[in-house]
Write a protein that binds this ligand. Sequence first.
Ligand SMILES: [Zn+2]
Length: 452
Amino acid sequence: MTVQAYRSAIFHVLGDPARKPEGQAFEYWDDGGLLVEDGIVKSIGPWTDVKHQLPAGTKCRHFRDGMIVPGFVDCHIHYPQIDVIASYGVQLLDWLNNYTFPAEQKFADARHAATMAEFFLDELLKNGTTCALVFSTVHKTATHALFKAASKRNMRMIAGKSLMDRHAPPELCDTPESGYADSAELIAKWHNKGRLSYAVTPRFAVTSSPEQLQSAGKLLGEHPGVFMQTHMSENKKEIDLVRKLYPDAKTYLSVYEGAGLLGDHSVFAHGIHLEADEYKRLGRERAGISFCPTSNLFLGSGLFDLERACAHGIKIGLGTDIGGGTSFSMFQTMNEAYKVCQLRGAPLDPLKSFYLATLGGAETLNMDRRIGNLLPGKEADFVVLDLMATPLFAHRFALARSVAEKLFVMSILGDDRLVHSTYVLGQLVYEKAAAVRDGKTDQKRKQTKSNV
Ligand SMILES: [Zn+2]
């Protein structure tokens, strides 16, 4: 039995702040304690309580200028798109053709795929993201490589091979039959293996024929508990093209619904330009939307209506959407989410923002019984933040008068510099190398006896 104890400020969300009575949506302790036994949270609370529960000889790490938060959940990201992050000048359909498809073709090379899978997962952990819903390429081998790398790190991850049988380069196209067979093989090998799950992954209605969407629905019917991820209503030209390709469908969502792809294990990336009926049906089916603000702004796609989606009971998580998105950091994602909501005239509460980045994401992925916060019994995926990471962080945090203000400052100024270390199932999987700091920060650290 392995028992570990951690002492630090601790914050986690207990529910959607919009639905919980004031003060019951989160827990925060300035001097908190977290006790982990065999990778599972055993106890959490004020240090004065937790310290009495430590078995004799338990080692304790004390992060005096740190804050422990649950690991972040990224509800939409593409592992083969690291090469295309920060590619200039176009919107969705041209972006796919000019940048994305050429980059994804490189993943036919198993060695390239294996190298990029390692890089991708290390980058997630460096940013404090411990769970993600991931698109692979169309290649089966590249998808095996991703699962293998995630398994090695013991990460909770859901992923799938892209299904594409048209409107893409021939090198990236499968067929309804081969896509079905490859997906079935990957499900048999990886779904529910350790902390891994499979998602049937038609890229979007443009690149899949009606026959292929039907075969994706068949896979879901044959494998209960398997997830479904796709893109929907991201860009107006995309929506026009879907209308042309599926003239009989009432709405974009109807295309997926007709193929059996709408349910409570379905996560749709974007959903920016939804129609009234689509909001209703997504809410009724308890489906999820991944809100990807850095991508939506970067590709000029539009402003997601978070308030309206929440009002319909749609599950919402945040997604970085690398490489349309511009940062692996969920702090940067919260930052841009705030700005999208500002432009819609509805400022995003920082508690809600952290909810979306942790427990809300876990709910969207139906993982909230296991992750999303640090209640006893949950898997101990957590991040230690360094509130003194830069002179500006240190200065601004010192002025914050409430935990909500601290969280807001983090969400606007934060990025991977704020992440001191990341733990997966209670195991340290990332720790920031000793950073070069200037004199002012060092001085401030001495004054506050920091040991983060
Ligand atoms: Zn995407």
